[in-house]
Design a protein around this ligand. Structure first.
Ligand SMILES: Nc1ncnc2c1ncn2[C@@H]1O[C@H](COP(=O)(O)OP(=O)(O)OP(=O)(O)O)[C@@H](O)[C@H]1O
Ligand SMILES: [Mg+2]
Length: 395
């Protein structure tokens, strides 16, 4: 067997995958040149010394056949990662997520991008085989924690919109976690009816096995996953800070982006999330208690040395006539505001319908500001360029 199996009749794509593998990945690549998928995994897994870890299906394989084969791999060989090569469209992504496909790869991707995606899929597959040494990916996913001292300032709104926007950048590799374990409303914000919740994810087998953990996630049709809060608030008591930290780390091994919504304040769960954050979005609104609260929260975060990466300060529900300006806020919190999101009917309407504004092509100022906020987390292209240094949205 070979570590990688590629099934396609597209020789030009084959060349790019060959370059990706020979350019830095260990193991051999076997190419099965065909434009239709074999009936089952057995047709692809030939005997040999090197176990197959990753199968690339396409381009050129009819989506239905590829999905059927992927589903068979998921059941018979769950430790093998299947990557589907096809233009990213939300319907295909949703079907692929349900068939257990690990990732979607753009057929036009260059060898470097292909290699990065393969590395990630291999790391996740190694995690499934409980191979801790190999499971350590070259680069773990980013954990973006959205927090605020006060309630009702837009944490859930910002977290859901960031996740939906990142789902466009990293389809199937973005997960939104509702850490507002008592009264979380991510499910309602995305109109999901989750069968499982955070409480399942921290107990029993899921704590040990990434594959079990993945079955507790809900699938949203913008190509993102969600780990929703328990429906019974009493269940929150069973979830410790340690549990939260472990789940977030486990998810970061599987996903490129882990976006975390939190309850107001610095409770045990929020603190655990902030401790593991690679990035934070800290929110206040344009009133004195909210701004003072944010300053105090930042002080605590600094004192405890929480989180390693960048912080984005967002002022939400901004409008004129509050007697406070963005400058006043910056003077109080002693740092620049990065994004200002105006109060907007669109946003409130989106919450009530369970459709985040960024799921649609809204051009409102609030949608633009939310897009700019999400853009801060997009990958920086090699050599800089778009996304390298996003400027703050002007108030
Ligand atoms: N920019 C905005 N314009 C208009 N309405 C907004 C905006 N941001 C948030 N809202 C609305 O404010 C309400 C509270 O927002 P959200 O639930 O996101 O806050 P939260 O901080 O998560 O609250 P909690 O602390 O209770 O979890 C929602 O109805 C939401 O639609
Ligand atoms: Mg909330």
């Amino acid at each position: 067997m070979s570590r990688f199996v590629l099934v396609t009749a597209d020789t030009e794509f084959e060349l790019r995958v060959t370059r990706a593998v020979t350019g830095g990945l260990a193991g051999r690549l076997r190419v099965v040149r065909t434009s239709s998928a074999p009936d089952g995994p057995a047709g692809l897994l030939t005997p040999g010394s090197e176990p197959t870890e990753l199968v690339l299906l396409g381009p050129g394989i009819p989506a239905e056949e590829a999905l059927r084969l992927a589903a068979a791999f998921d059941v018979q060989h769950p430790a093998i990662a299947v990557v589907l090569v096809g233009a990213v469209d939300p319907e295909l992504a949703l079907a692929a997520m349900r068939a257990g496909v690990r990732d979607l790869l753009d057929p036009a991707a260059d060898p470097d991008s292909i290699r990065v995606l393969l590395e990630r899929a291999l790391a996740a597959a190694a995690g499934r085989r409980k191979d801790p040494a190999a499971a350590k990916p070259a680069e773990e996913g980013r954990i973006i924690v959205v927090a605020s001292p006060k309630g009702g300032v837009g944490k859930t709104t910002l977290a859901t919109n960031i996740a939906v926007a990142l789902g466009g950048v990293a389809p199937m590799s973005t997960v939104l976690v509702d850490l507002d374990a008592q009264f979380g409303d991510v499910a309602s914000a995305l109109r999901l009816e989750p069968e499982h919740s955070l409480a399942d994810a921290v107990g029993g087998a899921a704590g040990l096995d990434s594959m079990v953990l993945k079955t507790f996630l809900s699938v949203h049709h913008t190509s993102i996953y969600a780990l929703c809060a328990p429906t019974d608030p009493a269940e929150a008591d069973r979830i410790s800070g340690e549990d939260v930290g472990r789940v977030l780390q486990q998810l970061a091994r599987e996903f490129q982006y882990v976006v975390v919504d939190t309850a107001p304040g610095l409770g045990e769960h929020a603190l655990a999330a902030l401790e593991h954050a690679t990035e934070m979005v800290l929110i206040c609104t344009m009133d004195v208690p909210s701004v003072r609260g944010l300053r105090e929260e930042i002080d605590v975060i600094d004192r405890l040395g929480l989180g390693t990466g960048r912080r984005s300060i967002a002022v939400n529900l901004a409008d004129r006539g509050t007697g406070l300006s963005i400058r006043d806020i910056e003077a109080t919190i002693k740092r620049p505001v990065d994004v200002v999101i105006p109060r907007s009917r669109d946003v409130a309407y989106g919450t009530n319908r369970g459709i985040p504004v960024l799921q649609e092509k809204s051009r409102s100022r609030a949608a633009k500001a939310l897009r700019a906020l999400a853009g801060r987390f997009e990958p920086v292209p090699v050599g800089g360029g778009k996304g390298a240094h996003k400027r703050a949205v002007a108030p």
